[in-house]
Design a protein around this ligand. Structure first.
Ligand SMILES: O=C(O)CCC(=O)c1ccccc1C(=O)O
Ligand SMILES: [Mg+2]
Length: 351
């Protein structure tokens, strides 16, 4: 049953308050991910602590306003109480050559219980993906594996790819193998007809749609990947999971350790957690904004208070004035959307 009520986004504090201590930093990455080697992140400081606003550079003000709502919750309201004190976390393997897989996994230390493998990267072949999956399987024979195609396959390629992967290993689920809600529903039927029972997870079909519950209504996936910033905060994400009635996996949006704390807070507050969460992405950064980055150890992250950025790190990683200005303009535009009463479920902006 899909219950249709999704919590409203919080009203933002005045713009001046958001901008008062805003700083934009660039986090260098160990491995290219989402086409970038320097993740830009804006940090804000509210009465409740530090908060992250880091919509990807190409996102417009309406989409980014949900990310801002998450920052407002973190810095000006705080998060709901946790119901667990430890979050199992998956290692994330970017679309690297198979020979680099051991080095990527080594960053996650011992005790890795689950691995998410990126596949379907543009410019690569299916054979690259199969080799990468095999390399992870060989390195960690006991780990639960899942793949994430970021909607990069078409229907026929996804069928072929998931059939071939099923010969190598069982998967916990396949995340967004094809675009869209109908695409997932159609693939699911075709897989069943071939006797392949791989579960499907929706990511883009939830965070990029104006109606985050459409996937659940269509019965298009078994698993919902939920991210705090794209969904407008911990409370709104909790509401979406509850209304959707699907198994949830909390994932990072390639946040700094400040933003990751929001993902940990969501995972900690969910009534049920069936899978390891995609909150291990701090391991992909060569530098982070805190002294002790939230890199999983022993296969998970302990639930703890949100971290304070380190003053030296903020200074060292601070991006040039022109970039600061560009982000302040983005924040201003997103603030106008949020303050103007954006209705996320309809995509309408009240001006
Ligand atoms: O889930 C993980 O393991 C890592 C997070 C991740 O893959 C991701 C990070 C930034 C943007 C999109 C995605 C994604 O899940 O597609
Ligand atoms: Mg994904």
């Amino acid at each position: 049953m899909v219950d249709s009520a999704v919590p409203e986004l919080p009203a933002p504090p005045p713009l001046e308050e958001l901008l008062a201590q805003a700083v934009v930093v660039g986090l260098p990455m160990n491995t290219r991910f989402r086409g970038t080697t320097l993740r830009q992140v804006m940090l804000l400081r509210g009465p409740h602590g530090w908060a992250e606003f880091s919509p990807f550079p190409e996102y417009d003000a309406v989409e980014s306003s949900r990310w801002l709502a998450a920052a407002v919750e973190a810095g000006w309201q705080g998060w709901p109480a946790p119901v667990r004190d430890w979050i199992p976390v998956n290692a994330t393997v970017p679309a690297v050559p198979a020979r680099d897989v051991p080095a990527v996994l080594a960053r996650y230390g011992q005790g890795v219980g689950a691995v998410k493998i990126k596949v379907a990267e543009s410019g690569q072949q299916l054979s690259n993906d199969l080799d990468r999956v095999s390399a992870v399987r060989d390195a960690l024979p006991e780990a639960g594996l899942r793949i994430d195609a970021n909607a990069g396959w078409d229907h026929d390629t996804a069928l072929e790819a998931l059939s071939r992967i099923a010969e190598i290993t069982e998967l916990e689920y396949a995340e967004q193998p094809v675009p869209g809600i109908d695409g997932l529903a159609r693939l699911r039927e075709a897989l069943a007809a071939r006797g392949i029972d791989t579960l499907l997870a929706a990511d883009e079909a939830i965070r990029k749609e104006t109606d985050p519950l459409a996937v659940a209504r269509a019965g298009a996936a078994e698993v919902a990947v939920v991210k705090v910033q794209p969904l407008g905060g911990v409370r709104r994400a909790l509401g979406i999971v509850k209304a959707a009635g699907l198994d949830a996996v909390v994932s990072s949006a390639l946040d700094s350790s400040v933003g990751l704390a929001g993902g940990v807070a969501l995972a900690a507050a969910l009534p049920e957690l069936s899978f390891a969460c995609g909150l291990g992405t701090a391991a992909l950064f060569a530098e982070d904004v805190v002294v002790e980055p939230w890199i999983p150890r022993g296969g998970g992250i302990a639930v703890q208070p949100a971290p304070e950025p380190d003053a030296d790190a903020l200074e060292r990683l601070r991006l040039p004035e022109e970039t600061q200005r560009w982000w302040r303009e983005r924040l201003t535009a997103s603030h106008a959307v949020l303050a103007g009463g954006h209705r996320p479920e309809t995509g309408l902006v009240r001006l």
